[in-house]
Design a protein around this ligand. Structure first.
Ligand code: PLP
Length: 500
């Protein structure tokens, strides 16, 4: 492919992407394909001869697109959002166009320095304490990881190394292997699966402590767990606080957990993968009260900040903790000596290679501006509140807990079985997509505002689709209840009629 063909191919692909977004509402959010559909149509061997780009693009439309779940459809309300914007797509394109690997300053100075600049910009926008910023007088700084999962694991590995070094310094006769076997990590039972997985990958026992009735890990619970483990000869090492749990978007009180961790010399990491983006709006910063106690903090611009996957922003108070853990030297990597202020980012992450991810963060921050991003967050939260209002007005539906950020959890008063059936039926019809959660032992449906193009009318569409299905379920319920005592049947009829 020469540069002329590249221009044509890329321009056609960009037109296709713009058309796809302009017409996204015409597609069902979930695809109508069976498992194995693509395996059947794709050739078994890679092509021997070069092919025309037009044929590749036409196969994309014909074979690939039908198997896509449309994450950017305003009817996609599952999980949490994955970011996307034209600004970010162009940033990615530029990054791929350069195709550099920025593991050291010398391997592409702009790649490192733009990351330092954008992480300082973003850290300031979020209202993080000075110490986390690379432009502060201390050894703090930010780094872009691939995912929040990686950031949690990086924090765990660093906490492990730091604890082992500290204990060996205090008593050189201790056995490193024995120390490692005694280390314990703590988080709440509301943590994301990736947090539990970090314990598996980092070979550290991970205790999932019971959250309170509102889904928050409390300081007393953590303190008690430390005491129990110390009593048994174990060593508390790492705590992951959740700001915006995946289930209900609950916020652990950092001001309670922080002092417990600091007093015990335990590393405190914050997983704010989704909800952390809201801290660019000052009115939500009270939810990170106690941030000054934290050792590392992570938020995904690739979730709620319009940056395409992958871009997970992690800050630490002390970059030397990362360097001490991950610095492995080789003669071919021995270029000029850099400083903590102009880092060799290979010491701040797990892989050696790294893409120029800062470019897409930079294009998004510049094209939207802080105000544009704040508007995006505020608009999505107000759309969630609008949905909660519609759902609450229907007395067959219970909304609980209170909607948090862009997430609303709801269930049917008729019980878990019917709520589950509602979700199954809606998923089968493919018009809206949500996933399940649980709250205080009840089965809930999670409804999240995800697509950046979501408008009030889209929320009306989604709610009406859900409501129609509730109507169908309700009439089926009444039908079934005719077989059982009349008094219960009458109750169900009254209930359904009231809310139509
Ligand atoms: N933490 C929380 C609270 C999440 O909600 C998620 C994903 O939704 C993750 C971590 C994992 O994020 P990533 O896919 O960037 O690893």
């Amino acid at each position: 492919m020469n540069s002329q063909q590249f221009r044509e191919f890329a321009k056609a692909a960009i037109d296709l992407i713009a058309d796809y977004m302009d017409n996204i509402r015409t597609r069902d959010v979930l695809p109508s394909v069976e498992p194995g559909y693509l395996l059947k149509v794709m050739p078994e061997e890679a092509p021997e001869e070069p092919e025309e780009w037009k044929n590749v693009l036409s196969d994309f439309t014909q074979d690939i697109l039908p198997g896509i779940t449309h994450w950017h459809s305003p009817r996609f309300h599952a999980f949490y959002p994955t970011g996307s914007s034209y600004a970010s797509i162009v940033g990615n394109l530029l990054s791929d166009g350069l195709g550099v690997i920025g593991f050291s300053w010398m391997s592409s100075p702009a790649c490192t320095e733009l990351e330092v600049v954008t992480m300082n910009w973003l850290g300031k926008l979020l209202g993080l304490p000075e110490q986390f910023l690379n432009c502060s007088t201390g050894p703090g700084g930010g780094v872009i990881q691939g995912s929040a999962s990686e950031a949690t694991l990086v924090g765990l590995l660093v906490a492990k190394e730091k604890t082992v070094r500290k204990l060996l310094k205090m008593n050189p006769n201790l056995d490193e292997g024995e120390i490692k076997a005694k280390l314990v990590a703590y988080t709440s039972d509301q943590c994301n699966s990736s947090v539990e997985k970090a314990g598996l990958l980092g070979s550290m026992k991970m205790r999932l402590l019971k959250a309170d009735a509102d889904g928050r890990l409390r300081g007393d619970t953590l303190k008690k767990a430390f005491e129990e483990d110390i009593e048994q000869g174990l060593i508390p090492c790492y705590v992951i606080a959740n700001l915006g749990t995946t289930g209900t978007c609950a916020f652990d009180p950092l001001h309670e957990l922080g002092p417990v961790c600091n007093a015990a010399g335990v590393w405190l990491h914050v997983d704010a993968a989704y909800a952390g983006a809201a801290f660019i709006c000052p009115e939500y910063r009270h939810l990170m009260k106690g941030i000054e106690f934290v050792d590392s903090f992570d938020v995904n611009p690739h979730k709620w900040m319009l940056v395409n996957f992958d871009c997970s922003a992690m800050w630490v108070k002390n970059g030397y903790d990362l360097i001490n853990t991950f610095d492995v030297q080789r003669i071919y990597l021995d270029d000029i000596k850099t400083t903590i202020k102009i880092p060799d980012y290979r010491h701040w992450q797990m892989p050696l290679g790294r893409r120029f991810r800062a470019l897409k963060l930079w294009t998004v921050l510049r094209i939207y501006g802080a105000e544009g991003l704040r508007n995006h967050i505020r608009n999505q939260i107000s759309l969630a509140q609008y949905f909660a209002k519609l759902a609450r007005a229907d007395n067959r539906v219970v909304v609980e807990p209170e909607s948090s950020m862009g997430l609303v959890c709801f269930r049917l008063i008729d019980g878990d079985k019917v709520t589950k059936k509602l979700l199954e039926n809606l998923t089968e019809k493919k018009k809206v997509y949500m996933v399940a959660g649980s709250y205080r032992g009840r089965y809930m449906i999670r409804f999240v505002i995800c697509s950046r193009v979501t408008k009030k009318e889209d929320i009306d569409y989604s709610w009406n689709t859900i409501k129609e299905e509730i109507n169908v379920l309700c009439s089926e319920e009444i039908h079934t209840k005719t077989q059982i005592p009349a008094i219960q049947h009458l109750d169900a009829v009254k209930l359904c009629e009231k809310s139509k």
